[in-house]
Design a protein around this ligand. Structure first.
Ligand SMILES: Nc1nc2c(c(=O)[nH]1)N[C@H]1C(S)=C(S)[C@@H](COP(=O)(O)O)O[C@H]1N2
Ligand SMILES: [Mo]
Length: 412
């Protein structure tokens, strides 16, 4: 086994070893067919999913086991504004992935390419030589909610649980790069992590961002999430945090940064993770875009987390309503609710502002007087005036879904 994991150091770091042991144990469990028995139904065709428990995680929705792709059960988003580490979703592209033996003491982040001095930084270097900063930010997969697309599109058929909000702690990538000194003509920053493909011809998961964006200073090299070490499955010991940008850029197990002078065009930048090059990032359903660009910032979304869809509610009693809204960094201006198919809207109350990249909580109350089925719709507006469409926008990869969400309740 260790020969297939040549890039991972073996070592005696106790905590790393314990993580290793736990992961190995689960690996065998999940290769056994017929396990487990518990399941959940996502509200679209072929939406039945197993609930499984991975190391450091509570029961999550299993999309694939090789590589691990786990979705957060939607009810978790009603627990609070931060998504607990053990409930945070997991997404990998490559199945030869487990950082089974990351020894924190020998872990190094290499910075090379067009820099004055190539450097090799330990975790201790990062933690002591630069100023630590914390940011609360939403990590959302480009394909979150893909399972709802009509017509259906290829790719992981996700419900709404491929997102989460956490408090990330790390150092500014811009500071670290400044310390290295950038060479003339540097244009992009390329990121690679420890995970590898199973077969040689699968391209390694490598992503790139423009240097200008990196130097704005919001991107972090992070080792903590919600006050704890990153869970193994969320990128231990170090990951990129790119506030406001889709999850694809948030490279996990980050160990290699390369400064380049030309736009990097590896498989995961082109043709993967591209959207139609137009205002809505959409095309008529079933058609292909003529021009594409790399996916970028999150568009604005909002959800009702309570009541859950399908709830039975008592008539004539005040019902508390609650949910979250977020966008790619403008911040949420208002959240609106409709009880009449979008004919009229009323404002929800916004919870405390945790920063423009965080989930923003909203609350409201409503008394339903008429028995029967009711639809509650939610729509957010950000500070740039962007809002959500009443009809879903479509693109071939099933990215960036942000239609106005509806919860159905039965009043009696
Ligand atoms: N090393 C590595 N980093 C990665 C990926 C990956 O496959 N390998 N997937 C990316 C994608 S598409 C997403 S949505 C996020 C998911 O982060 P999470 O698993 O911590 O939720 O990780 C990103 N970083
Ligand atoms: Mo993703």
């Amino acid at each position: 086994m260790s020969s297939t994991l040549s890039r991972w150091e073996t070592g005696s770091n106790r905590r790393a070893f314990l993580r290793t042991a736990a992961l190995a144990a689960t690996g065998t469990l999940f290769s056994r067919p017929g396990f487990p028995a518990e399941s959940i139904e996502l509200p679209f065709e072929n939406g039945r999913r197993a609930l499984v428990k991975y190391p450091g995680k509570r029961e999550l929705i299993l999309l694939t086991s090789r590589p691990p792709q786990l979705e957060t059960p939607f009810a978790v988003f009603n627990e609070g504004i931060l998504t607990p580490n053990d409930a945070f979703f997991v997404r990998y592209h490559l199945a030869r992935f487990y950082p089974e033996k990351v020894e924190t003491a020998s872990f190094r982040l290499e910075i090379k390419g067009n820099v004055k001095v190539p450097v090799s930084l330990s975790l201790a270097d990062l933690q002591t030589k630069f100023e630590p900063v914390e940011t609360t930010a939403v990590l959302q997969c480009s394909g979150n909610s893909r399972g709802f697309f009509q017509p259906r599109v290829a790719g992981g058929q996700l419900g709404n649980g491929a997102m989460g909000n956490a408090r990330w702690k790390g150092v500014r990538l811009s500071q670290v790069l400044q310390a290295c000194g950038l060479g003339q003509g540097a244009r992009q920053v390329v990121f690679n992590g420890l995970d590898l493909p199973v077969v040689e011809k699968t391209p390694d998961f490598v992503k790139a961002l423009d240097l200008d964006q990196v130097m704005e200073g919001e991107i972090l090299l992070a080792w903590q999430m919600n006050g704890e070490d990153l869970p193994v499955l969320n990128g231990f010991p170090l990951r990129l945090v790119v506030p406001g940008y889709y999850g694809t850029y948030w490279v996990k197990h980050l160990n290699e940064i390369t400064i380049v002078n030309e736009p990097f065009e590896g498989f995961w930048m082109n043709p993967a993770y591209r959207i139609p090059a137009n205002e809505c990032a959409c095309v008529p359903p079933g058609t292909a875009p003529s021009k594409t660009i790399p996916i970028q910032r999150l568009n604005v979304r909002s959800f009702i987390t309570s009541p859950a869809s399908g709830s039975k509610l008592p008539r004539g009693r005040e019902i508390p309503l609650r949910g979250v809204a977020f966008d790619g960094g403008y911040g949420i201006e208002e959240v609106l609710l409709s009880f009449n198919q979008g004919e009229s809207w009323r404002q929800a109350r916004l919870g405390p502002d945790q920063g423009r990249y965080s989930f923003r909580e909203w609350t409201a109350a409503s008394t339903f007087v008429i028995p029967g089925n009711h639809e509650i719709k939610v729509r957010a507006v950000n500070r740039a005036g962007h809002t959500q469409p009443m009809k879903p926008l479509w693109n071939p990869a099933g990215y960036m879904r942000n239609v106005v969400e509806t919860v159905n309740v039965l009043v009696s």
